[in-house]
Design a protein around this ligand. Structure first.
Ligand SMILES: Nc1nc2c(c(=O)[nH]1)N[C@H]1C(S)=C(S)[C@@H](COP(=O)(O)OP(=O)(O)OC[C@H]3O[C@@H](n4cnc5c(N)ncnc54)[C@H](O)[C@@H]3O)O[C@H]1N2
Ligand code: MOO
Length: 482
């Protein structure tokens, strides 16, 4: 970020306006809505204050959002594997079988019994057909030897060898598998160019897990790898936490749904962004609606919503058409967070509607909206989709560089800053950064109204009040896709 951009960002964040217009509020303390609300009475008026005295610290805001989500933990439901991607496991994933389920060859080669040389049971070099056979079960000496998927091969007598494929069952009596490149058949004898150790290239039954073992803790996100593991371990349906339903309400008459900015109007950047972002955070987004600056439409939408989480964009400040606070007051909503000491995004808010649904009010400046998503929506959704608390530590649980966090109890990764970040004197800053080798590099174009930085970012760095020097360790809010 250039000096000018930073000055602009900080000026905006301070409510000094920067390059922004002055349509939003007069900067006086309090006075955001018509009458005081007895539940929110205080020295700075009903719904926060311009001097930030009612604003929460950033870690406290995240903790409040997490508590709100934990209070509305979603129920679990069983879904077929092909529908489970992106959900969270509602219970620990246990193995329904040993893995491997039977002793398996790890290589293409020969199963051998005892020390070599061995008498091969199958035709070799493609010169013969047919089988030598053995006394019981499937004759191991068939045309291709033992293949993956063959049932119970007959025992292998001492001093014998049989062709075997990777993944095939090991015949009883086998002492090792000799890789095809390590053996040669000459004069109807299989000779090894180096004697295989006992058990070589045999994957013993249960090597990865035993039936009943816990493979992953409840709450783990179902990734493609988890789907593969679940299938291998015998699951057809998975118990997952139902995704919270989220509805996005985009506010602002100045927004255009297509084309170029014109006539003082700008493209809606948040409508296309917030829904997919919530999806990436684990929500089921039921709708994104553009309501303009229609206070009645906003009130009706909040009164009628069936979502678990309503996310509004814009209208959080105290301008003449900023309708979020008045609508919440009129509904009798409970404000859980009313402003956060974070830049950008300090006017963000979190409320509980009388229906029990939550509302995350994201400020309209696009990067401020991202800040609101990661400060309020992310912890809320994570807590709402967590499995029942268990004594078990989560997989890959924080240790070393991941230990400890200022962020409301959740552990955040850390990284070394590869450039200085000027801080806000009192507030946390969230700054787009990109992973660069072992550290993170702050990106330019990270003013509150800009998305150019965050679109190239892999994370937001959490910069404490006062700033962070080059080489300092900072916590990271990773982007869900990075
Ligand atoms: N007197 C004060 N004014 C403002 C303060 C303040 O402390 N005192 N805070 C500023 C900060 S910081 C922010 S952030 C904004 C938050 O305002 P709102 O949440 O009410 O948002 P709007 O006024 O509706 O919009 C602000 C800005 O963002 C643009 N915007 C809104 N929605 C979208 C969208 N979907 N896509 C693209 N751009 C959007 C809008 O056009 C405005 O330019 O308040 C400051 N004011
Ligand atoms: O500057 Mo505002 O902080 O864009 O939220």
């Amino acid at each position: 970020m250039s000096g000018d951009e930073l000055a602009d960002a900080l000026a905006l964040a301070d409510g000094r306006g920067g390059t922004r217009g002055t349509a939003h509020g007069d900067g006086r303390s309090g006075g955001r809505g018509p009458g005081p609300d007895p539940r929110e009475s205080g020295p700075h008026g009903p719904h926060g204050s311009r001097d930030g005295t009612r604003h929460r610290d950033w870690p406290a805001a995240r903790a409040a959002a997490a508590r709100a989500g934990a209070g509305r933990r979603s129920e679990s439901t069983a879904v077929p594997l092909e529908e489970a991607l992106g959900h969270r496991l509602a219970a620990p994933l246990t193995a329904l079988t040993d893995l491997p389920a039977f002793d398996t060859s790890a290589m293409d080669g020969w199963a051998v019994s005892g020390p070599g040389p061995w008498e091969p049971l199958a035709p070799e070099d493609g010169t013969q057909d047919g089988a030598s056979g053995t006394a019981n079960g499937t004759a191991p000496g068939t045309r291709h030897g033992i293949l993956a998927g063959d049932d119970r091969p007959a025992p292998l007598p001492d001093g014998h060898a049989v062709r075997i494929a990777t993944g095939a069952r090991i015949p009883p009596g086998t002492t090792a598998v000799l890789r095809s490149e390590y053996g040669e058949v000459r004069d109807r004898r299989l000779r090894a160019n180096a004697a295989p150790q006992h058990g070589a290239d045999i994957r013993p039954r249960g090597q990865e897990c035993r039936a009943g073992d816990h493979l992953l803790p409840g709450g783990t996100p179902v990734t493609p790898a988890v789907l593969g593991l679940a299938a291998a371990a015998g699951w057809d349906e998975l118990p997952v936490v139902r995704r919270p339903r989220a509805e996005v309400l985009v506010l602002g008459d100045e927004l255009l749904a297509s084309g170029l900015p014109s006539g003082g109007r700008v493209r809606d950047a948040l409508g296309p962004m917030v829904g997919p972002w919530l999806t990436a955070l684990g929500a089921e987004v039921t709708a994104t609606r553009r309501l303009g600056d229609d206070a009645g439409a906003l009130y009706a939408a909040l009164e009628e919503t069936t979502a678990d989480l309503v996310v509004t964009t814009g209208g959080t400040a105290s301008g003449p058409v900023d309708h979020v606070h008045p609508a919440l007051r009129r509904l009798g909503a409970e404000l859980l967070v009313d402003g956060v000491r974070v830049r950008p995004g300090h006017p963000m808010l979190l409320a509980r509607l009388p229906s029990g649904a939550h509302l995350a009010g994201l400020p309209g400046n696009p990067l401020a909206a991202v800040s609101g998503l990661l400060t309020l929506a992310e912890p809320l959704l994570r807590a709402a989709t967590a499995a029942e608390p268990s004594a078990e530590p989560p997989a890959g649980s924080p240790a070393g560089p991941f230990a400890g966090s200022p962020a409301g109890g959740d552990a955040l990764p850390t990284a070394v800053l590869l450039g200085e970040v000027q801080g806000h004197p009192r507030d946390t800053r969230l700054v787009p950064v990109v992973q660069d080798g072992g550290g993170v590099r702050p990106l330019r174009f990270s003013g509150p109204a800009m998305l150019r930085g965050i679109a190239a970012a892999t994370a937001l760095a959490v910069v404490p009040p006062g700033g962070a020097a080059t080489g300092a360790g900072v916590h990271l809010l990773r982007l869900p896709w990075a």
